[in-house]
Design a protein around this ligand. Structure first.
Ligand code: PBG
Length: 331
């Protein structure tokens, strides 16, 4: 009680503040999402994500080495494949010589210590821009899961350390675990996008990969609400994370980040595996846009948001700011 208790005593100067600080950030807290393009010597900036590029494999490898030297220990990999490789089966997704598989091999060869986590979902390979196979006007769950298992096993064969299913199909974590084990990949982990919400914050990402749901000649859902979660829901997120952990997920993820930190804390308190948070493309775009206008201080906002995500319960943060934040932290 005042005046015996004066909270300001613990805020008098930076030294005392640093002694009582409850949360800290380091480069190994981050995973960097990377977009891979076909070709060589290709580096194209994504208009709605300034500072983020689609790179061909050769340039990706160079970037990965830099990230490793900065202390970053994991990358999430997404590919942009050409239109003629897309169909409604997604079969290019498990082509042993596909862009993803080549990228995994090249990164692991150049930087073996970097943890490589390819995305497992069919959207970059779907003519309809959906995460699975379309049948009777919706994404069909079980046939999609069969496709995802083939995809994940091909990632493991290429050398992936983890697979990261972002599709939100039911039962996929158990099937992926069984499929990986049967193929001899007991040590390949699963980071499950457990509480992935149907969010407008993914807009810039879909520009980057040209993977937004498309108009079609057959009936297709216009959005991803039949598989990604309703952002009005909280209990459902806990249920999804619990069942993914039971099915064998080594880590669970909440996505997006900043607007969903209540969910992060709930899941952190409930599920006893590491919790990862994806600070998604739209969150990145907002900070870039406002700071370009001089309305926000870029570096301060970046660090504040990352720290708050960690404080909320994230063990790891997948973020497009990983490199910039690591450089700042290393100063
Ligand atoms: C695809 C996938 C998406 C993101 C990660 N994996 C897009 C989507 O579900 O439509 C979004 C990431 C971001 O916005 O940064 N399954």
């Amino acid at each position: 009680m005042f005046p015996l208790q004066r909270g300001r005593r613990l805020r008098v100067n930076e030294s005392i503040r640093s002694l009582v600080r409850e949360t800290s950030l380091s480069p190994s807290d981050f995973m960097f999402p990377m977009f891979i393009a076909e070709g060589e010597n290709v580096k194209v900036e994504i208009p709605s994500m300034p500072g983020i590029f689609r790179r061909s494999i050769d340039l990706t490898v160079e970037e990965v080495k830099e990230l490793y030297d900065l202390g970053i220990r994991a990358v999430n990999i997404y590919v942009k494949v050409s239109e003629n490789l897309k169909d409604n089966t997604g079969k290019e997704a498990w082509n042993a010589n596909g862009l993803m598989q080549q990228a995994i091999r090249a990164i692991k060869a150049a930087c073996p210590e970097m943890i490589v986590m390819p995305d497992v979902a069919l959207d970059p390979y779907s003519i309809y821009g959906h995460d699975g196979i379309i049948k009777n006007g919706d994404v069909e769950n079980d046939s999609t899961v069969d496709a995802l298992v083939k995809m994940a096993v091909s990632h493991a064969e290429a050398g992936a350390d983890f697979v990261a299913p972002s599709d939100m199909m039911d039962g996929r974590v158990l099937r992926l675990r069984e499929g990986l084990d049967a193929a001899g990949f007991q040590n390949v982990g699963i980071m499950s996008y457990s509480a992935k919400y149907a969010s407008a914050f993914y807009g810039p990402f879909r520009d980057a990969l040209d993977s937004a749901p498309k108009e079609a000649d057959v009936a297709v859902p216009k959005d991803k609400k039949t598989y990604q979660m309703d952002y009005a829901n909280r209990i459902e997120a806990i249920k999804e994370a619990l069942s993914d952990a039971e099915e064998g997920a080594d880590m669970v993820m909440v996505k997006p980040g900043i607007a969903y930190l209540d969910i992060v804390r709930e899941i952190k308190n409930t599920v006893h595996v590491p919790v990862t948070v994806y600070q998604v493309s739209g969150e990145y775009a907002m900070i870039k846009a406002a700071s370009e206008r001089g309305w926000l201080d870029h570096d301060k906002i970046m660090m504040e948001q990352l720290m708050c995500i960690k404080r909320a319960g994230a063990n790891l943060i997948s973020t497009y700011f990983a490199k910039e934040a690591a450089i700042l932290l290393n100063k």
